[in-house]
Design a protein around this ligand. Sequence first.
Ligand SMILES: [Fe+2]
Length: 241
Amino acid sequence: MEKNKIYNEDFAEVLPEDHFEAIDHPVLQYENYYEYQESFSNWHFDKWADESLDDVIDLSLKFRGKAIDNIMDEVLPFQREKSKVMPKNSIKGASLAYWYMKNEIPNMSHSGYKEKVKPEKHPTIMKIVDWFEFEDDQSPVILEKNIGDYQQWHVDCHAPTNMVRVLIHLQDWEFGQVLLWGTKPIVQWRAGDAIMWDPNVPHATVNAGRRKRYTLRITGTPSARTLEKLKTGGTILVDNL
Ligand SMILES: [Fe+2]
């Protein structure tokens, strides 16, 4: 009885420091996990910066051809992976849950689903992935963004490493779909358009359109060839790969 009383009065809100699941981490000094991630970025964070689209994003690489026109034939039916569950003492989980509740955001399932690229199901997509010649840790996934899905303004957490991330649109842009990179909105893309960016640049996405949006995302450790190709850009005819 006495024990319960102590627990309710002293420990109801915060686990004692010596509890095996107590959290002590720099993220707690920030309003939310996204701000903690931003602390690793060297971007200017100036809302009124005088800059162009080219300053915040590289849209110079495009994949084209019949294979791209028909690429949704191998994307659908989309088979999403089971959502990952964070450990119950996860720093990220605790920080995000606190901030979502504080701001009365009704649910945390708004950033869409993923399907790993499978060579048998996605042969054309695999050709695009292989074109990049990543050296290691290559992880290609198809992202599905449902109507109403959004991803808050954030910097990617791979920012401090040498990992590279590329997005490739699998469909033409639809009214209501928006990507925001740095200070600039991106709209009117075509299927096969790639997006390359400095991981220090924060970004957000929203699907306020009337159709689901599918994008290929490739993350990996680049080879010298990968970096050369990313720098060169250009139009790649997928039918010839
Ligand atoms: Fe991101």
